[in-house]
Design a protein around this ligand. Structure first.
Ligand code: B12
Length: 169
């Protein structure tokens, strides 16, 4: 299981080169969402554009998404992967609660769910939330400061439709 942890802040430049799914990856359906407390939206737009540029089909359900709504949308959209973004500093808490609830649902237990952004209130010099969020149920955590490169690498290798074929994971 790939779980890029935590922000390195190495200064490695983000590779924003295009675009089409690379070798080993394929287009998939991705649900983009924030957590219940977070009203920031440009992070979601950024992720949507990035994922679309890579050839994925994106459903962006926006900011301030209650846990129950995320669960409903997962059942409606049946995504191959859920990408949670939060930047208001409550992502570590809200995200952990959200993913625990999602994992309690038998039909969503094996869905691939990742989270990233500014997950705490202490910035990249503060606590790392990756281990706790992985423990709560995320498949990968991308703390701010690590850049987008790790996320792109992760996507390039994660072509398994988690809901459709949980046994393959
Ligand atoms: C615009 C803004 C707002 C606007 C949002 C409007 C909107 N429609 O989005 C408003 C005014 C509403 C707002 C409110 C608040 N904000 Co504000 N806001 C910002 C600001 C200035 C820019 C955010 C932005 O749009 N960035 C552009 C997007 C594209 O980038 P991004 O959000 O940084 O996301 C990047 C990465 O985090 C990463 N990323 C994000 N998610 C994910 C997910 C994955 C999987 C991956 C791989 C990467 C990833 O990729 C993105 C591109 O690099 C930032 C400061 C800043 N300069 O960043 C503060 C900031 C995010 N806000 C902050 C705070 C504290 C708040 C408030 C709590 C303030 C308050 N006391 O009310 C509220 C929260 C409201 C709420 N309920 O959530 C803090 C968060 C601090 C923290 N996390 O430690 C920041 C960082 C300001 C600061 N330096 O203190 N905010």
């Amino acid at each position: 299981m790939s779980h890029p942890l935590p922000a390195t802040g190495s200064g490695e430049p983000d590779q924003l080169s295009p675009g089409l799914p690379g070798p080993g990856s394929c287009a998939s359906r991705v649900l983009v969402s924030s957590v219940s407390s977070d009203s920031h939206t440009w992070n979601l737009v950024f992720l949507q554009l990035l994922l679309e540029e890579m050839g994925h089909e994106v459903t962006n359900i926006g900011s301030c998404v209650p846990d129950e709504l995320l669960i409903e949308e997962c059942r409606r959209v049946r995504p191959d992967m859920v990408v949670i973004s939060s930047v208001n500093g409550h992502g570590a808490l809200d995200g952990a609660r959200m993913v625990r609830r999602l994992r309690e649902q038998p039909d969503l237990r094996d869905l691939r769910v990742v989270i990233g952004g500014k997950l705490g209130v202490r910035g990249t010099d503060g606590d790392f939330h990756g281990p706790a969020l992985m423990e709560a149920g995320f498949d990968a955590v991308f703390e701010d400061g690590a850049g987008i490169t790790e996320f792109r690498r992760y996507l390039a290798g994660s072509s398994v439709p988690a809901l459709a074929a949980p046994a393959l994971r």
